[in-house]
Design a protein around this ligand. Structure first.
Ligand code: GAL
Length: 375
């Protein structure tokens, strides 16, 4: 869990912005909610390496005090610090990549106090083999003398789930880039429904940085989403156990405007975060009975509970069902569910066989259910 500069700021990053963001992560209580990593994405370096040492050079205008000073500041706030590079010769925004410099770069990052490396997939030489490039950086990070979380980013291509865990990654982008529209995150979530078997402790599917609270502003702003859409996006990421990397401008989240206040409530919702971070990290399974625009999913949680969610992806209100039989609990099993609505906090009591809800367009419900044997 953390924050990443890309979604809002793109190349417009600076020492000042990162320090401000670190302050806000603490002042808003995001750190206490679990958001610990502050990550600078692409565009932080000069266009060329140092000609003598071949090291990456922090951009002098954006980071006049260097990267270590920023990392020190982030650490002084009790947060962890992340940076970005790419396994190709150039990054996606055309800054120097780590190809053939993996060990030097990992050592440099360790010197600077980096705790997290996002590692992209652009500009690979024609002869290079993707898995090998990630393996090399995986070794370099393990040998750099500092614990650095390895966040791979090859956009879910080349059957990444079949090899990325073995390369040492701790999380890996399993989808293309998000932009701030309902369609974008709906497609991302739908594409992951049957891919989550590969998401497990020590290496998780990463569905990309959240656009929650962006309201169309910034680098991937696009048309923006409505408040309700963000609720659904956050619930999807939590149900699917994705890393939660915020992408909004945190300065906006300090505003009294209810559209931002509600975002703060949403991203610090303890019960949703607990589902996201459930230690067993089991994938959801699909128990939909009304078609792909109305997915209903269930996830087994470590304490024996079930997280159950219904999502209305359509543009019309719909009556949606949670049918226990579709979750593998036929009525004859004699098992009822004690149901709690995660958003409203309502205790819905012990319910037999099925329950339903009228779900507005783009809205969702998330329930935490405890199975109880019928007497
Ligand atoms: C993309 C990546 C984005 C962002 C961007 C930077 O490949 O998926 O998340 O890091 O590069 O150029």
């Amino acid at each position: 869990m953390g924050w990443n500069s890309w979604n809002t700021f793109g190349e417009k990053i600076s020492d000042k912005l990162i320090r401000q963001t670190a302050d806000l992560m603490v002042d808003l209580g995001l750190d206490k909610a679990g958001y610990n990593y502050l990550v600078i994405d692409d565009c932080w370096s000069e266009r060329y390496r140092d000609p003598k040492t071949h090291k990456l050079v922090p951009n002098k205008k954006k980071f006049p005090n260097g990267i270590k000073a920023v990392a020190d500041y982030v650490h002084s706030k009790g947060l962890k610090f992340g940076i970005y590079s790419c396994c190709g010769v150039r990054t996606c925004a055309n800054y120097p990549g780590s190809f053939d410099h993996e060990f030097l770069d990992a050592d440099t990052f360790a010197e600077w106090g980096v705790d997290f490396l996002k590692y992209d997939f652009c500009c690979r030489p024609k002869h290079a083999y993707g898995p090998q490039l990630y393996r090399t950086m995986g070794h370099a990070l393990r040998l750099c003398g500092r614990e650095i979380l390895f966040s791979a980013c090859n956009w879910g291509s080349d059957d990444v789930w079949s090899w990325i865990r073995s390369a040492g990654a701790h999380m890996y982008r399993s989808t293309g880039d998000i932009c701030d529209t309902f369609e974008s995150f709906r497609k991302i979530a739908t594409s992951q429904m049957d891919k989550l078997h590969a998401s497990a402790p020590f290496c998780y599917n990463d569905m990309d940085m959240l656009t929650v609270g962006m309201y169309g502003k910034g680098n991937v702003g696009a048309q923006g989403c409505a408040e309700l859409d963000y609720k659904t996006q956050f619930a999807l990421w939590c149900m699917m156990g994705s890393p939660l990397m915020l992408g909004a401008d945190l300065r906006n989240l300090t505003k009294k405007d209810p559209k931002y206040r509600n975002m703060m409530k949403l991203i610090t919702n303890k019960e949703l975060i607990a589902i996201d971070q459930d230690p067993e990290a089991r994938p959801i399974f699909n128990c939909t009975i009304s078609g792909e625009m109305f997915p209903t999913v269930c996830r087994l949680l470590a304490n024996g509970d079930l997280a159950v969610a219904m999502f209305n992806f359509s543009d019309k209100e719909a009556l949606m069902n949670v049918v226990y039989e579709a979750m593998g609990i036929p009525d004859a099993a004699g098992v009822d569910l004690h149901v709690r609505d995660v958003f409203s906090g309502e205790d819905c009591g012990v319910i037999r066989e099925y329950f339903d809800r009228q779900v507005p367009a783009h809205d969702c419900f998330v329930f935490r259910c405890t199975p109880v044997r019928r007497k």
